[in-house]
Design a protein around this ligand. Structure first.
Ligand SMILES: Nc1ncnc2c1ncn2[C@@H]1O[C@H](COP(=O)(O)O)[C@@H](OP(=O)(O)O)[C@H]1O
Ligand SMILES: [Mg+2]
Ligand SMILES: [Mg+2]
Ligand SMILES: [Mg+2]
Length: 353
C-alpha cells in the first residue's frame, strides 16, 4: 500500500500546525505552563495538537491517536483555553483546496478540547494508531532554537508513515550543520522544511509553505567512508541524554568534530538528508522511558533515507507496546553501512561504566 491519502493529510496537517506555532513564537505571551513532570507546555503545543487531531478525525474517524498533550488543565483554565481557541480559529492554509482536504474547522471550544483529548489512546500492537508530538523540543521552541511538529502513523505496531515539520531548519538539504543552526530568528527567509517518508517508498524534503504542498525531492543519508569524519548530533538538554557518554563514544570512534547540539527530531531529519551523520541519545536516567511520539516519525524518515535506528543495545525500537518505548533504552541512528560499528562502541562504552 502506498498510503497516499494518509501522507497527504499528515503533510498538510503538519504544515498548517507550523503556521500556528510560528505565530505563537512571535507573540510575547506564549501561555507557558509547567506539566506534572516540570516540563514546559505552551498554547502552541495545545493548538497544534487540536488542529492536527481534527484533521485526522475528519479523514480517518476509526483511527486511534497517541498525542503528547491532553486538555485536563485547559478544562480548569478559561483564559488559557480562550487564547488557544482564538489561535486555532485563525490558523488556515492560504489554499482552499488544501483546507478542504483537512476536512473543515473545529466547531467550538468544547470540540477543540475533545479533539485534544482524543490523543489519549494507550497505543499498542493492533490496527492504525497515529503518534503525535505537536511541538517536539518545546524548550528549543521557547529559546528560538530547533523544534519540530511530528506526526506518524503506525500500522500493527510498525511505523509506516512519518512527517516532520521543522520551521527553523534551512531549506537547503546540504546547508552545513552547527549548533547555532536556525538561531537567527530575524531572518526567516530560506527556512522551514517538511520531511516525509512512507515505509518502503523513500523519504523526501520540501520547503514549508503557507498554502498547499510545495514540490518535494528525495533525500538520503550521506555515504560515509571514514567514520572519523562523522558529524554527530545530540540534544541541547543534558537532562535528556548523556553528553558525557556521547563524547566518550565519539572519542572512541575517532571523531574529532564537535557535536552538533539541537533540540527535537530535527536531529533525525538532519542526518536523513545528509547534513549530519549520526544521532546519539544515551540515557541519563535508569527509569525514564522514551515516548513513542518523540521518535516515530524520525525513525521511518531515517530508515527510508538509508539509515538504521536502534536503541543503545542494538535492539530495534518497539513501538507496539504502548505510549512509551518501554522495551528500549536510548537511541543510536546511523547510516546502514556503519551502524554495527557505532553500536559496538556504544555497548563497549556503556558496559565499561
Ligand atoms: N529525562 C529525559 N530523557 C530523555 N528524554 C526526555 C527526558 N525528559 C524529557 N524528554 C523528552 O525529550 C524531548 C525533547 O528531545 P530533545 O532533547 O531531543 O529536544 C521532549 O519532548 P517535548 O519537547 O515534546 O516535550 C521530552 O519528551
Ligand atoms: Mg513536552
Ligand atoms: Mg517531544
Ligand atoms: Mg512535545
Amino acid at each position: 500500500m502506498s498510503y497516499a491519502k494518509e501522507l497527504q493529510v499528515a503533510e498538510l496537517a503538519v504544515q498548517r500546525a507550523t503556521l500556528l506555532t510560528k505565530r505563537v513564537f512571535h507573540e510575547k505571551a506564549k501561555g507557558t505552563t509547567s506539566k506534572d513532570d516540570k516540563s514546559p507546555v505552551t498554547i502552541g503545543d495545545f493548538g497544534a495538537q487540536a488542529l492536527i487531531i481534527n484533521a485526522i478525525r475528519k479523514n480517518f474517524p476509526d483511527d486511534e491517536i497517541v498525542g503528547e498533550e491532553d486538555a485536563d488543565d485547559l478544562r480548569q483554565n478559561e483564559p488559557l483555553r480562550s487564547q488557544i481557541w482564538e489561535l486555532v480559529q485563525k490558523t488556515k492554509l492560504d489554499d482552499d483546496a488544501a483546507e478542504a482536504v483537512l476536512g473543515g474547522p473545529l466547531k467550538s471550544v468544547e470540540d477543540m478540547l475533545d479533539a485534544i483529548d482524543a490523543g489519549k489512546s494507550a497505543g499498542g500492537a493492533k490496527g492504525r494508531i497515529w503518534a503525535l508530538d505537536p511541538i517536539d523540543g518545546t524548550k528549543g521552541f521557547l529559546r528560538g532554537g530547533q523544534y519540530a511538529v511530528c506526526l506518524a502513523l503506525m500500522v500493527d505496531g510498525e511505523v509506516t508513515v512519518g512527517v516532520l515539520g521543522c520551521p527553523n531548519l534551512p531549506v537547503d538539504d546540504k546547508a552545513p550543520l552547527d549548533s547555532s543552526i536556525g538561531a537567527d530568528q530575524n531572518d526567516e527567509e530560506g527556512k522551514g522544511v517538511l520531511f516525509s517518508a512512507v515505509l518502503g517508498h523513500g523519504a523526501t524534503s520540501r520547503p514549508l509553505s503557507r498554502a498547499g504542498l510545495q514540490p518535494s525531492q528525495p533525500i538520503s543519508m550521506k555515504p560515509l567512508s571514514d567514520i572519523t569524519q562523522a558529524t554527530f548530533c545530540e540534544s541541547v538538554e543534558a537532562g535528556h541524554s548523556s553528553h558525557g557518554d556521547q563524547a566518550a563514544i565519539a572519542n572512541k570512534l575517532g571523531i574529532t568534530k564537535q557535536s552538533v547540539r539541537m533540540d527535537s527530531q530535527a536531529k533525525y531529519a538532519s542526518i536523513a538528508r545528509g547534513a549530519g551523520d549520526l544521532y546519539l541519545r544515551l540515557p541519563v536516567s535508569k527509569t525514564y522511558q522514551e515516548k513513542i511520539w518523540d521518535h516515530a516519525a524520525g525513525v521511518v524518515i531515517v530508515g527510508e533515507a538509508g539509515g538504521t535506528v536502534t536503541d543503545a543495545f542494538g535492539k530495534k525500537l518497539d513501538f507496539s507496546i504502548g505510549r512509551t518505548l518501554s522495551a528500549n533504552k536510548g537511541v543510536v541512528a546511523a547510516p546502514k553501512a556503519i551502524h554495527a560499528e557505532v553500536s559496538k562502541v556504544v555497548i563497549e562504552v556503556l558496559s565499561s561504566k
